[in-house]
Ligand binder design. Structure first.
Ligand code: ATP
Ligand code: MG
Length: 500
């Protein structure tokens, strides 16, 4: 009997004495040691009442233990549901109740605070890691476990979206979704068993969990598994790495450090960026400093990865590359769904084995986001340029309609970013009595205050009048979440009464 995801990702670790994980304290965990932990945890899940199809929620500090719970859930046919560690108990309650979890795994330090919530929701609460109650159960279990048979259509993870545009939605991901995408990325990015990935991303999100970990597992490669992005640790471990995957803020923070040079990263094979737009200027600065062209790719929780710049060939700044093999991507009129011509801006729609099964217990929302021919509306606006590369213009929800005209924030942001003393910008629409929405520029600047009058003057020649901001707000930095995504919804809320 088969369990395709287990067979492809975790089974190959059995019996391997080679390091699989390099840890921050300098120790390593061999493939076999990790595989035995996965087996013990799979048995422990059974003791904790988790059967195939049941949801296992994990809100815990990133660790090999947490990664092993993912492996155990796959092995036991359970549904893995990792949660952002930043969520408060109240937010946690929503997720646990929404998914009808059987088991909630948390850090030992959280147990007392969360016990009442677990009791109220009738979910079993155990603690993960050294000295944790779940590990104590696992200690008493055998380290071998026969994987529960699954088909590629079976649900394997429920991953909540980042909540950038509204309340997070639970995306139901099947074995096929994960496996097909990992295979496409291993091939495209040429991962081999010789690779060592520097892994400093969280594993509650698709980037660190599926893009990074699944690719490494499928390629039978290894990873330096750091709890978070700590610049000292990153420089300490870089010499051992061959590849790194990061969000754009990893790259800007490395660029801010004088240690970044051709020498420090000369041995690296590949740098990948995603989860938020990488500014062209970051791409160019990185190439100038290191000689490496960052490879930018694009994807989302619901669809896994969709496009990538090429491994061989031009990695073009400001684009997210071409659709992955097996992924169909089109640009459509957001209202009618009619496919648009090359070069026109519209809704990015996708179809393929990578696209999720639907939102958990939201059949209407699911139906509303799919076209009749099976294409999923990503909610992102973009165009395909004359070289076939996808350019993302922004999210449909961030589109500004001012005085009846559509304003694409990215177009205005690109102009603002070039202005003196502007580090970066976020252009948002705020309610306005005359225009419906007014274009407002939020500028990040530190040290020197940008000269707003000068910027207004410069924009007069560069942008049509209706695109020119009606107000400017200067902040030391833009608000971002842990994945480096600019929180435009939060900015809109904060300044919503500006014109009222
Ligand atoms: P929510 O759906 O809850 O509002 P979210 O869309 O931010 O949150 P994720 O699934 O984590 O949740 O993020 C996917 C989104 O991230 C994409 O739809 C896209 O807007 C953005 N994104 C990912 N990679 C890139 C990239 N390389 N360039 C620009 N945007 C990107
Ligand atoms: Mg989204």
């Amino acid at each position: 009997m088969e369990n395709p995801l287990y067979d492809a990702l975790f089974a190959p670790l059995a019996g391997s004495d080679l390091p699989f994980l390099y840890l921050e304290d300098g120790t390593t965990l061999s493939g076999d040691a990790f595989h035995r932990r996965v087996g013990r945890y799979a048995n422990a899940l059974g003791v904790a009442g988790v059967s195939a199809g049941a949801r296992v929620v994990v809100q815990a500090t990133k660790s090999p233990h947490m990664l092993a719970v993912y492996g155990a859930a796959v092995t036991a046919g359970a549904v893995f549901l990792p949660l952002n560690t930043a969520y408060t108990a109240q937010e946690l309650e929503y997720f646990v109740a929404d998914c009808g979890a059987t088991l909630l795994l948390v850090d030992p330090a959280q147990a007392a605070a969360l016990a009442p919530l677990a009791a109220k929701l009738g979910v079993r609460l155990e603690t993960l890691g050294e000295g944790g109650s779940f590990d104590a159960i696992a200690e008493g279990c055998a380290d071998s476990f026969t994987a529960v048979p699954r088909t590629e259509d079976d649900l394997t993870a429920l991953l909540y979206t980042s909540g950038t545009t509204g309340r997070s939605k639970g995306a139901m991901l099947t074995q096929r979704n994960l496996l097909s995408n990992a295979q496409a990325l291993v091939d495209l990015w040429q991962f081999t068993p010789d690779d060592v990935l520097l892994h400093a991303l969280p594993i509650f999100h698709t980037h660190g969990l599926f893009v990074a970990s699944n690719v490494v597992l499928l390629a039978r490669a290894r990873m330096i598994f750091l709890p978070k992005f700590d610049i000292e640790q990153v420089f300490a471990f870089l010499p051992q790495a061959t590849t790194m995957m990061g969000v754009p803020t990893f790259y800007t923070r490395l660029l801010d450090d004088p240690r970044l040079s051709r020498e420090t990263v000369g041995h690296m094979r590949l740098f990948v960026s995603g989860s938020a737009p990488l500014l062209s200027e970051t791409h160019v600065a990185w190439s100038d400093r290191t000689g490496h062209a960052i490879l930018e790719r694009y994807g989302m929780t619901e669809t896994n990865m969709l496009t990538s710049n090429p491994y061989e060939g031009a990695r073009r700044a400001g684009t997210v590359g071409k659709p992955l093999p097996g992924v169909e991507l089109r640009i459509a009129d957001p209202d009618t769904g009619a496919e648009l011509a090359q070069g026109e801006t519209g809704m990015i729609e996708v179809r393929g084995p990578n696209v999720f099964k639907g939102y958990w217990q939201m059949p209407e929302k699911t139906a509303a986001e799919f076209r009749e021919d099976g294409f999923f509306m990503t909610g992102d606006l973009g165009l395909i340029d004359d070289q076939g590369y996808v350019n993302i213009v922004g999210r449909a929800k961030d589109l500004i309609i001012s005085g009846g005209y559509n304003v694409y924030p990215k177009e205005v942001e690109l102009v603002l970013d070039d202005m003196p003393h502007v580090l970066e910008s976020a252009v948002i629409g705020l309610p306005h009595p005359d225009f419906g929405e007014a274009v407002v520029a939020v500028l990040a600047a530190n040290g020197h205050a940008p000269d707003i009058a000068q910027i207004e003057q410069a924009l007069r020649d560069k942008l049509a009048r209706y695109k020119q901001p009606k107000a400017y707000i200067v902040l030391p930095e833009l608000p971002r979440n842990t994945m480096g995504k600019v929180q435009k919804a939060a900015l809109r809320k904060q300044y919503e009464t500006k014109f009222k």
